[in-house]
Design a protein around this ligand. Structure first.
Ligand code: PRX
Length: 632
């Protein structure tokens, strides 16, 4: 590994160099990995036609760098430290050697079941170690993993399986999560019944051992397929630009898209960012509380930490089970040094009262992290005071599924922090702010739309099966630049503060949800004519979901109707997309060309009805009064 940045002056120096000589900078980072064949050229890129290649013609396998490379020096060090949902259950650990063997066995089992390089494998699995193991097993043999968060519905799972024509689904039998007992495999069965014809095998890991329906035509038990396999499986030679994984994420229009990341660049960037942002030292215990179903889990539970030879904690449960002290007890019990979580969790736990944090030993902690949504000042201070003893650095990390890794962030304890600021770009990352005409805003104290004007190694390469959509979504709004969809401010010191999405994407409890997706789901209720969904400020979740719904005829029992609409959304997407508020209306404010005036709906949802602006040019100005009066 190249040298980790250790001072603010060094940061400034390295940043400057990364802009003046990006190829030299990234070559230096990449040289520290095991390559089967070195690259011919560091980067080739064209944002206009969207063609980005890093480490051109380099050959490698990411798992050799996560596992094989560490065997000599840290074979006996814990790689994965697993904390079960039940706090009384023993921790499971995998040393680097044990993880190497488990991954190889699983890789051999995948091969024995006909999985080859390039095949897509879908995961629908809770946070058990086997999820990380099988993800790495895919990477070992060059299969492409597509992890679907196990809170999505059968219908959402089926859409994702079909879009990337997955040949296998890997799941658990059941999952104990908090006080819930979740029938995971049954959801997969339901998804398969929705016509996922590409799936030839469902590999079922026995997590709880409860009885379940087993279809011997396609279902296979993990233990029967994996346990007897050899613990050696040669790593497939991958081109740096071969696909590593697909991860579906929501946008402002249409169905979720499969964000594609490739092997070489993703490896270099996740390891580089992990080391520098978290300043991880040997012997540290790093815990990221995300789920591997999201990008944070991919990059900063699995790949980044393992590439860096770290000990990474995987937590099966939820922050409030058995009570709201669970995170804090676990930090104490596992002697966690690095704790990385989402503002929504901090706000929820803060609201529970200080009795849950008091009396816990946080002396092991060195670094705190935040991810997924803007962190408000109150939560930032509470986090630092109550958990960080008033002194620990907080890395407020800004990034996205599409960026693969953290782009704007403090380097913990090295560069300055200000509450609610993501602060400075990582060396190698060149952000800029533009106005609505795409003109770059120079200087400081400016606010605009956040773009990145030079590629970094883990930038999105395409959206699966639809390259044009990727080009349109991210590279056409401001030609020549990657557009993030976020608005941001740059202050007098050049520090960035992320304001939030400027498109029709809402961020609910750190989960990204497209308003169009929720509308499509609501519209599947037979009595719904039309709907409009917007985000509104929510104390705990950051943003809540507010749905305006036009129904056919007269709704005699509004409560019942709302219940049914919520049930439809749960069925089509999953409980995470359920609106917090539903208002039944007789019309929606529209422009003369028939476009819904979302600005008005957002204001009403936020309770800002005094500042609606001029509504007289609407096609139906009278509807505004009705909506205001009926607002929840
Ligand atoms: O709006 C930004 C917000 O989360 C979006 C990306 O969501 P997703 O792809 O699901 O990835 C989340 C985990 C990286 C961004 O467009 N976001 C993420 N981190 C921050 C943030 N907003 C403010 N501050 C952050 N630190």
């Amino acid at each position: 590994m190249t040298k980790v940045i250790k001072s603010f002056d060094e940061y400034k120096e390295v940043y400057q160099r990364s802009v003046e000589d990006p190829e030299g900078f990234w070559a230096e980072q990449a040289e520290t990995f095991t390559w089967q064949k070195k690259w011919d050229k560091v980067v080739e890129w064209d944002f206009h036609n969207l063609d980005v290649k890093w480490f051109v013609n380099g050959k490698m396998n990411i798992t050799e760098n996560c596992l094989d490379r560490h065997l000599a020096d840290r074979g006996d060090q814990t790689a994965i430290l697993w904390e079960a949902n039940d706090p009384k259950a023993p921790n499971k650990t995998y040393t680097y050697r044990q993880l190497y063997e488990a991954v190889n066995r699983t890789a051999n089992a995948l091969k024995a079941n006909g999985i080859q390089k390039g095949d897509r494998v879908c995961f629908y699995m809770p946070m058990v170690p086997e999820l990380a193991i099988a993800v790495l097993a895919c990477a070992r043999i060059g299969a492409v993993h597509s992890v679907v968060f196990a809170g999505f519905s059968a219908s959402a799972l089926a859409d994702r399986i079909k879009d990337s024509e997955c040949k296998m689904v890997i799941c658990s039998d059941f999952n104990d999560r908090g006080a819930k007992h979740i029938p995971v495999k049954a959801v997969v069965d339901e998804a398969i019944a929705l016509g996922c014809d590409s799936v030839k095998t469902v590999l079922v890991h026995q997590s709880t051992g409860d009885p379940l329906a087993f279809n011997s035509a396609i279902d296979k038990w993990w233990h029967e397929e994996v346990d007897h396999q050899s613990a050696e499986c040669p790593a497939e030679q991958m081109d740096a630009e071969d696909m590593l994984f697909i991860l579906y994420t929501s946008g402002s229009t249409g169905k979720p898209k499969g964000v594609v990341h490739t092997c070489g660049g993703y490896m270099v960037y996740t390891a580089y960012s992990f080391k520098n942002v978290f300043q991880y030292d040997d012997g540290d215990i790093y815990w990221c509380t995300a789920d591997i179903g999201w990008i944070t889990g991919h990059s900063y539970i699995v790949y980044g930490p393992l590439l860096a030879g770290a000990t990474t904690v995987m937590f099966e449960g939820v922050p409030t089970y058995p009570d709201a002290a669970r995170f804090w007890q676990t930090i104490e019990k596992l002697k966690v040094t690095h704790f990385y979580t989402a503002p929504t969790a901090i706000r929820a736990l803060m609201a529970m009262g200080d009795q849950y944090t008091e009396g816990h030993d946080f002396s092991s902690l060195k670094v705190l992290g935040s991810v997924g949504e803007p962190i408000n000042e109150e939560a930032w201070h509470w986090y630092q005071d109550k958990i960080g003893g008033g002194k620990l650095p907080i890395a407020d990390t800004w990034w996205q599924t599409e960026t693969g890794g953290i782009l704007i962030t403090p380097l913990a304890g090295v560069t300055p922090t200000i509450p609610s600021y993501a602060t400075f770009p990582m060396p190698g990352v060149q952000p800029c702010l533009v106005d609505t005409n795409g003109v770059e805003l120079e200087g400081d104290n400016v606010e605009g739309m956040l773009c990145i004007k030079y590629p970094w190694p883990s930038i999105i390469r395409t959206t699966y099966g639809d390259h044009e959509r990727c080009k349109q979504t991210y590279f056409s709004t401001f030609p020549g630049k990657y557009f993030t969809g976020d608005g941001a401010r740059r202050d007098h010191d050049g520090m960035y503060r992320i304001i939030g999405r400027v498109d029709d994407v809402i961020n609910v409890s750190g989960h990204r949800i497209g308003t169009a997706e929720v509308e499509n789901a609501i519209n599947q209720h037979p009595q719904v004519v039309e709907s409009a969904v917007v985000g509104y400020p929510h104390d705990i979740k950051g943003q809540g979901i507010y749905a305006y719904v036009i129904a056919t005829g007269v709704i005699s029992d509004e409560q019942q109707f709302i219940k049914e609409v919520l049930a439809v959304v749960t069925k089509v997407i999953g409980p995470i997309a359920k609106p917090d508020k539903i208002q039944v209306v007789t019309g929606l404010p529209k422009t003369r060309s028939g476009k819904i005036m979302r600005r008005i709906l957002r204001k009403v949802a936020a309770g800002e009805t005094d500042s609606l602006g001029d509504t007289s040019t609407l096609l139906n100005p009278e509807i505004v009064e009705e909506i205001k009066t009926g607002a929840k």
